[in-house]
Design a binder for this molecule. Structure first.
Ligand code: SAH
Length: 394
């Protein structure tokens, strides 16, 4: 049995933890044992010495991230049980072992009781991305757990944490395979639509899995329409539009690499009415925005922290205004924000203000969010980040 070092909280600071919030902030810590290092497992206690949880320690504003609210040893067995629970939940969601979809988020950080850990499943290959040192230190145990859960179906586990860990820890750290390899082109299928995945060179873990359901919805409106997919990345929305019989689909992304893969995805899905443009969305909308019945706006997060949320609002408003001014009569705008600090209400107000200034009448068709494999729980509202709106434009 390992005896873990302890962190004791100030009186009253146990309350959020008792409500299962998994973060312990530095200001809540009254005392801590000597010689605790970043990534170490610690036990959290209230001022009255009530046990609160097992956590991973990391010096900083969030000092400890709780991985268990019951007292236990953190072993391979612990990880097997935890990740099996995540896997079974994806099975319950009809994602794991589905013939038409073999790409899903297996672990979504706090939503899965794994603060600081993202794991995405791509047709037998798993991308492991640690956002905390504690999770990175557990990578080999977690890989063993994945081997146990998936058996022969697991082809590789790739650690892609070099860009997501604090620089003092990650200097010299390389992204690498923790198990197996991926030697040939990797193709996944999502709702029957095929995509090449380049998880080594692509953005984030390789694909924006969180838009799966919104892509499917866009598909249902696409028949016979001229569709513009801006911030397209590798063409997620574009391929759905094409599969559902749009008359033309154009993808715009600032990244030439993304557009290259987008073109390859069009070939993979036998799409012949697709064009890709490696240019800035704002420039493209200004010059060619008038040609479309449907416009999709899915920009990267304009605000990463609360203090820049004002600038982000200005950015979202400008972007949505450009699209709304241009979209054809009877068209549809699909607009998204993945900035956690811009809440639903603020996003709605921003887009509707853009419509008023554009002198366009709009009707709300859908309020959109992230799919259930990107778990939202009441004890961790911070996990809700993707917001979308679909408007009919008169
Ligand atoms: N909708 C996509 C994901 C979009 S991620 C999907 O379903 O897969 C955001 C994308 O915006 C990235 O690919 C990034 O390269 C691109 N991007 C960032 N700034 C841009 C800009 N000013 N103009 C065009 N693309 C941009």
């Amino acid at each position: 049995m390992i005896a873990y070092p302890r962190l004791t909280l100030h009186n009253g600071k146990e309350l959020p933890v008792l409500r299962f919030h998994p973060w312990v902030f530095s200001g809540a810590v009254k005392t801590q044992d000597a010689n605790i290092n970043d990534g170490d497992i610690v036990e959290i206690y209230s001022a009255k010495q009530q046990f609160l949880g097992m956590a991973q320690y990391q010096k900083g504003s969030i000092t400890a991230r709780i991985i268990s609210f019951s007292k236990q040893q953190i072993t391979i067995d612990f990880w097997i049980k935890k990740i099996e629970k995540s896997y079974l939940y994806r099975q319950f969601l009809n994602l794991a072992n589905h013939p038409d979809t073999n790409v899903y988020r297996l672990v979504f950080g706090e939503g899965d009781g794994c603060p600081g850990l993202i794991m995405d499943y791509y047709n037998g290959h798993i991308v492991f991305q640690a956002h905390s040192i504690g999770m990175h230190k557990c990578r080999l145990d977690i890989t063993e757990a994945l081997k146990k859960i998936y058996g022969n179906a697991l082809k590789s586990v790739y650690d892609k944490s070099a860009e997501t860990l604090p620089s003092n820890y990650s200097s010299g750290l390389k992204n690498e395979f923790l198990f197996g390899s991926c030697d040939s082109d990797l193709v996944v299928v999502e709702n029957g639509v095929k995509f090449y995945i380049d998880f080594i060179n692509g953005q984030k873990t390789g694909f924006f899995i969180d838009q799966r359901e919104n892509r499917a919805l866009l598909g249902t409106y696409s028949k016979g329409k001229r569709v513009l997919n801006t911030f397209s990345y590798t063409g997620g929305f574009s391929m759905y539009a094409a599969k559902h019989g749009c008359s033309q689909i154009d993808s715009v992304d600032a990244s030439a690499k993304a557009i290259d893969l987008c073109q390859q995805n069009a070939v993979l899905n036998s799409v012949s009415n697709h064009q890709g443009f490696a240019v800035d969305t704002f420039d493209y909308l200004k010059d060619y925005g008038k040609n479309y019945d449907i416009i999709i706006l899915d920009p990267p997060a304009f605000a990463k922290s609360r203090d820049v949320s004002h600038n982000a609002v200005i950015g979202y408003k400008r972007l949505n205004q450009m699209a709304l001014q241009n979209i054809k009569k009877g068209g549809i705008l699909f607009t998204f924000s993945c900035s956690g600090v811009i809440d639903k209400k603020l996003f709605y107000n921003t887009v509707t203000a853009a419509a008023i200034e554009s002198r366009r009448h709009i009707k709300l068709l859908h309020t959109l969010s992230q799919p259930a494999d990107h778990i939202i729980t009441p004890n961790f509202p911070e996990g809700e980040y993707l917001k979308g709106l679909a408007f009919y434009v008169e």
